[in-house]
Design a protein around this ligand. Structure first.
Ligand SMILES: Nc1nc2c(ncn2[C@@H]2O[C@H](COP(=O)(O)OP(=O)(O)OP(=O)(O)O)[C@@H](O)[C@H]2O)c(=O)[nH]1
Ligand SMILES: [Mg+2]
Length: 293
């Protein structure tokens, strides 16, 4: 029988502005719980109000809904890396595991980028031990230009893989490591129709070098790697299937980069997509059968 509660610590990693902190704040805020209640029961995401998590929900209120600018996460000191505990109740997935207790550690994007470039590895080195304190990694990517695929993502994964295989030799626990690789901001028109089969329709097609490398090292039968798509913003009217799949996103016209200034177009229709699926798989090794979670 599946255990009733699973506790999992997750390392959240990915390049700058890939949407990691926004993902966490959306997850904590969980704006669409009433909309998915009929199918899933009242999914509850709760957290300790006194902890660092309080500021994540402010972020959802003040920045995403009202459009203030979100500052990137600072690299900071290894011992000061922010971590966020939360509990997710999934009343209607009883046959698997209805309660997840999760601790997220949010790594600044700069750290992932340090891994990509040989001359910056010494800077990354101090954080690498910290990555391995958790055996569940969620790696969030967002761009798909060939240059990112080849020069940013693949080299970072090569470096991480080398570390994983070296450490496995001396610490057998590391064989339990699982990687959820997530394409974020999937409300974008070109990729929204591909969100349901992210491995085949997004990663294989849009990020072929990174995909081939990862799959060659972590073949499907190992169940150590899975690909996901998510969007913290979602589309308008998502509950009516694809009736109005315009991105629920507004990009300010003040001339600043779209990467750092996107916010919600209609906060009343906030329906994020795919937030819980990668967490669930990391925690249990099993797939939730509805990606809206
Ligand atoms: N379109 C869209 N934009 C998003 C989404 N999630 C985040 N963003 C925007 O992406 C930008 C970067 O988001 P962050 O959450 O700060 O990214 P990060 O990965 O934490 O970045 P670092 O802290 O620098 O590593 C912000 O302007 C967000 O509003 C999404 O689901 N869709
Ligand atoms: Mg951040």
């Amino acid at each position: 029988m599946a255990p009733h509660i699973k506790t999992t610590a997750i390392t959240l990693l990915g390049p700058r502005a890939s949407g990691k902190t926004t993902y966490l704040s959306t997850l904590f805020y969980f704006p669409h719980k009433k909309d998915i209640k009929d199918k899933f029961g009242l999914v509850d995401v709760s957290y300790n109000k006194a902890s660092s998590t309080e500021k994540l929900t402010h972020l959802a209120e003040d920045i995403l809904k009202k459009g203030a600018k979100l500052a990137g996460t600072k690299k900071g000191d290894v011992i000061d890396l922010p971590y966020y505990p939360l509990r997710i109740e999934l009343p209607k997935v009883r046959e698997l595991c209805p309660t997840l207790e999760i601790i997220f550690k949010d790594f600044a994007g700069e750290i992932f980028e340090d891994l990509s470039f040989e001359h910056r590895w010494t800077q990354a080195q101090v954080y690498i031990n910290e990555l391995f304190t958790n055996l569940s990694w969620m790696i969030m990517l967002t761009d798909w230009q060939a240059s990112h695929d080849k020069l940013l993502y693949k080299p970072a994964f090569e470096k991480l893989y080398r570390e994983i295989s070296e450490r496995e030799q001396v610490n057998k626990e590391i064989k339990k490591l699982r990687l959820a690789v997530v394409l974020s901001k999937c409300e974008r028109g070109e990729i929204w129709p591909c969100r349901l089969e992210p491995e085949e329709d997004l990663f294989k097609v849009r990020l072929p070098e990174t995909y081939d490398f990862l799959r060659s090292k972590f073949p499907p039968h190992t169940n150590k790697l899975k690909f996901f798509a998510c969007s913290s913003f979602g589309v308008l009217n998502a509950q009516h299937n694809d009736f109005d799949p315009r991105p629920n996103r507004y990009i300010s016209d003040d001339g600043s980069s779209a990467d750092s200034t996107a916010f919600l177009r209609d906060p009343e229709k906030w329906q994020p997509f795919g937030l819980i699926s990668p967490i669930y798989w990391l925690a249990t090794g099993k797939v939730l059968n509805d990606p809206r979670l």
